[in-house]
Ligand binder design. Structure first.
Ligand code: NAD
Length: 373
C-alpha cells in the first residue's frame, strides 16, 4: 500500500503534519510505503531527516497520483483531489458543509474520503477521534493565552508586601476543550468555575475542582451534543451568568452546537460590566464567536476587556498536535489495512462507514449529501 503525505499549504498558516516519524515506523511493517512532500514536517519540528524509510519529493501532483492513500490535515485543494487516482483514499479534515465543491470533486473523482471530523464519538473510536485530541490541546493553550494577556497572575502568591489573590477563571462550554481549560487553570492556581447547558458536565467540572454555575437550563441534544437554546432559556442563562462574568479575570468560551453558528454566550452589555483588565479567550471565534465583538484571528479591546479570537489553536502546538493527529490516523489505518488482507476497508463497520464522506462515486454521509446536493 502506497501512502503519500501532503505538506500543508503555507497560505493557511497550518503548521501540523499528518504523519510523524514514530507512526511511519510503526506502520511500515504492515506493508506500507510512505512518500512525503519535501519539508512536510518541518513546521511541526519533524525535519525530513527524522523519518526513516520514507521517500521525499517536491512534486505534489506526482506523489498524489501514485498514492493508494493520501494523508493531510486541512482539506486539500481541488487540484490535489483531481490528481488522485479513482478509487484512492483520502484521509483529512474536510468540513464538507463548508466545502461543497471539494465534496463534489471527491464524489466525481470516485475517491473514498474518510473525513476526520466525522469519526463517531463512541468509546471504540476514541483512539481515532481527532476532534477530541486537537480540542484537548486547544483547551490547554487557551488558558496560557489568557494568562499572557492578563495584567495579573493566576495563582495566589504571598510576597513580602502582602498576598496577591488568585484569579477567577470562568470556562463556558465544558466539552473536551472546556474541561481541559478548567483543568489547566486549576493547575495554574486559579479559582475556577464552569458552565454548560448539558447537566452531566456538572460532575465533570466538580471533579476538576471547579464550581459549576447552575443556570437551571438543560439543552442536551442528540449524540451527547447540545441543542440551540430557546429565547426564554437564553434570558434565564444570561441572568444566572451575568454576575459570574462580571467578576471573572479570565473567561474561556468553547461553546458549539453541531451544524450551527457558535452560540452567543456573552453580549456587549455584559462585556462593559467586566473588570478592567479582564480577558476573554473565545475558542468559538472560527465558528462565528461566542462573544459579541470577537474578531476571528484578532485581539481586540472592548471597553475594559481584551477579547482574543484565536483561529486554529492546535496548529500553534504543532509538534504535539501532529503527534496526536498522526496517531489518530494510525488507528484508522490499522482498521482498513491488515497484513493478511492488505487495504480492505470494511464498510459494514460503523466506525468506517460513519467516518466515510464519499465512496465509489457517492456522498455516503447523509447529512453532508443533503447539505451539498
Ligand atoms: P462541542 O465542541 O460540540 O461543544 C463544546 C461544548 O459547548 C459542549 O459541551 C456543549 O454542550 C457546549 N454548549 C453548546 N451550547 C452551549 C451554550 N449555549 N452554553 C453553554 N455551553 C454550550 O463539544 P465536544 O467537545 O465536541 O463534545 C461534545 C460531546 O461529545 C460531549 O458530550 C463529549 O463528552 C462527547 N464526546 C464523547 C466522546 C466519546 O465517547 N468517544 C469523545 C469526545 C466527546
Amino acid at each position: 500500500v502506497k501512502i503519500s503525505v501532503l505538506k500543508e499549504r503555507d497560505e493557511g498558516g497550518e503548521r501540523r503534519v499528518a504523519l510523524i516519524p514514530q507512526v511511519a515506523e510503526k506502520l511500515t511493517p504492515l506493508g506500507i510505503t510512505f512518500a512525503m512532500e519535501t519539508g512536510a514536517g518541518v513546521a511541526s519540528s519533524y525535519p525530513d531527516s527524522a523519518y526513516k524509510d520514507v521517500t521525499f519529493s517536491p512534486d505534489r501532483n506526482a506523489l498524489v497520483a501514485d498514492a493508494d492513500i493520501v494523508l493531510a490535515v486541512q482539506p486539500p485543494t481541488l487540484e490535489t483531489v483531481k490528481a488522485m487516482k479513482p478509487g484512492a483514499i483520502l484521509i483529512a479534515f474536510i468540513y464538507g458543509r463548508n466545502n461543497p465543491d471539494l465534496v463534489k470533486a471527491l464524489r466525481d473523482g470516485k475517491i473514498t474520503c474518510f473525513a476526520m471530523e466525522l469519526v463517531p464519538r463512541i468509546s471504540r473510536a476514541q483512539a481515532m477521534d481527532a476532534l477530541s485530541s486537537q480540542a484537548t490541546l486547544a483547551g490547554y493553550y487557551a488558558v496560557l493565552m489568557g494568562a499572557v494577556h492578563m495584567p495579573k497572575i493566576l495563582p495566589m502568591m504571598t510576597t513580602a508586601v502582602g498576598s496577591l489573590r488568585a484569579a477567577q477563571v470562568l470556562v463556558m462550554g465544558l466539552g473536551v476543550a472546556g474541561l481541559q481549560s478548567l483543568a489547566t487553570a486549576k493547575r495554574l492556581g486559579a479559582i475556577t468555575e464552569g458552565y454548560d447547558v448539558r447537566p452531566e458536565t456538572k460532575e465533570e467540572a466538580q471533579s476538576l475542582g471547579a464550581k459549576f454555575v447552575d443556570t437551571g437550563v438543560d439543552a442536551t441534544g442528540q449524540g451527547g451534543y447540545a441543542r440551540e437554546l430557546t429565547d426564554d432559556e437564553k434570558q434565564k442563562v444570561r441572568k444566572a451568568l451575568s454576575d459570574h462574568i462580571a467578576r471573572s479575570d479570565l473567561i474561556v468560551t468553547t461553546a458549539a452546537v453541531p451544524g450551527k453558528r457558535a452560540p452567543r454566550l456573552i453580549d456587549a452589555e455584559q462585556i462593559k460590566a467586566m473588570k478592567p483588565g479582564a480577558v476573554i479567550i473565545d475558542l468559538g471565534a472560527e465558528g462565528g464567536g461566542n462573544c459579541e465583538g470577537t474578531q476571528a484571528g484578532q485581539t481586540v479591546q472592548v471597553g475594559p476587556t481584551t477579547i482574543v479570537g484565536p483561529v486554529n489553536v492546535p496548529s500553534m502546538l504543532a509538534e504535539q498536535a501532529s503527534e496526536l493527529y498522526s496517531k489518530n490516523i494510525m488507528h484508522l489505518l490499522q482498521q482498513i489495512i491488515t497484513k493478511d488482507k492488505g487495504l480492505a476497508p470494511d464498510f459494514t463497520d460503523e466506525v468506517i462507514s460513519g467516518t466515510a464522506l464519499t465512496h465509489d462515486g457517492y456522498i455516503t454521509n447523509d447529512g453532508i449529501r443533503t447539505a451539498v446536493d
